[in-house]
Write a protein that binds this ligand. Sequence first.
Ligand code: ACO
Length: 330
Amino acid sequence: MALVGSGSAVPATRVSNSDLSARVETSDDWIRSRTGIAARRIAAADEGLTALAARAARACLEQAGWQAEQVDLIVLATSSPDDLFGTAPRVQAALGARNAVAFDLTAACSGFLFALITAGQYLASGSMRRALVIGADQLSRWVDWDDRRTCVLFGDGAAAVAVEACPAEQTGLLGFRMRSDGSRNACLTLAQTDLHTPLLPGVTAQQGGFAPIQMNGQEVYKFAVREVPAILAELLEATGTSPDQLNWLLLHQANQRILDAVAERFAMPSEQVLSNLADYGNTSAATIPLMLDEAVRDGRVQPGHLLASSGFGAGLSWGAALLRWQGPAA
Ligand code: ACO
């Protein structure tokens, strides 16, 4: 598959670290020095995920030069859907992409990379030609705004990439690796609450509902700095790529210290490590395409550039992909 377009959208409301310190006991200095985050965008109460994802997808269609009717597949990576039955069909309808099949994929912060790899399989098999892969999350819905250990980390956003079938020798997905380890699931959860409703005598049903994000920050940090360099090293070796051939490191934006640790492992200069954590915080499934779109639009990422990407987070799940950006047809 060829990566031929990108687009993104973030809510208008910007909440700085100092703004947050009015709500919880924290400070700009604590958040910046521990995470690299300075501000995040927060969706308005009436701004759903569908609208945000559709805005990102429209910008992506425009950059790719595609009409909505030409899209065969929409995969929406999200952990904060408007509808647990699936939000992707709502996005499809909002775009008018009437020929596309649309479904959600849930893998938290690995979601975008897993969705991109999934779409790549449909295109490689020849069963579909054009796909929109969207990463979108509004974790502001699911953080406990009184828990300073988590609420400072996350922000809302959406971004999309347009991928098109192409001859194997021109593929922009040069290799990938995917992993899950559910035995460490408790490190980071947005789990079903234990609510019950009496139904009939002797019959009790579980009531739907989710508890706010729970996280063991230190365990997640250790997981990331151990597994991300390992899976990237494995991928580079399998594809016969040396770090100095890479133009960019495009990692899930969770924490600047994680980005720095991974970069150090591969001796990548900081100028080649893409980061927009300061502006948006951790937007979960959206971070990788949001970062990519910014770097494509400001000209840092050019056609032909090679990017090593890794997504990692709840599940636990993590993955890596070696990507070549093609950009829209001239
Ligand atoms: N402001 C001020 N103090 C705080 C804050 C805050 N926002 N949050 C925690 N503290 C305090 C704690 O209460 C604790 O105080 P105590 O010693 O009096 O008990 C102290 O700071 C140290 O807390 P730790 O949790 O040990 O802080 P740590 O140095 O580990 O930093 C952090 C926390 C930034 C979350 C770090 O563990 C981390 O980055 N982990 C990775 C988690 C992550 O990125 N999660 C995102 C989702 S998963 C993903 O995307 C990969």
